[in-house]
Design a protein around this ligand. Structure first.
Ligand SMILES: [Zn+2]
Length: 110
């Protein structure tokens, strides 16, 4: 059974060095690659400030794939419907869930 993590990460995350041992992708549940203790900018505020800091960079190996982006877009649509209190939220979520499961079954290695 395919389970959808509606509030998971988008296929990347940047925790402080050493705080997270391993992480799985919130989109496709694949274990993410990690680059330890890299210097980077992780927020818009930091970017505007010209700053950066050390973190562990986790990224999903499927991040750049079209189907991966499609799942992320579907999840964002559902999320936007939820926070805006859209009347068709449940309908949207059901339809998106169906499509996401189909995509995961076809592409994601489990
Ligand atoms: Zn992924």
């Amino acid at each position: 059974m395919v389970k959808i993590d509606w509030y998971g990460n988008e296929g990347r995350c940047y925790p402080l060095p050493g705080t997270v041992k391993k992480a799985v992708c919130g989109v496709c549940s694949t274990p993410m690659n990690v680059a330890r203790s890299v210097l980077r900018t992780t927020s818009l505020v930091e970017a505007l400030d010209g700053g950066s800091h050390r973190c562990d960079a986790f990224t999903c190996p499927n991040l750049q794939k079209g189907w991966h982006k499609r799942i992320y877009d579907l999840k964002m649509d559902v999320y936007k419907a939820e926070i805006s209190g859209a009347v068709d939220y449940w309908k949207k979520k059901a339809a998106a869930g169906k499509e996401i499961k189909k995509i995961l079954k076809k592409y994601a290695v489990r």
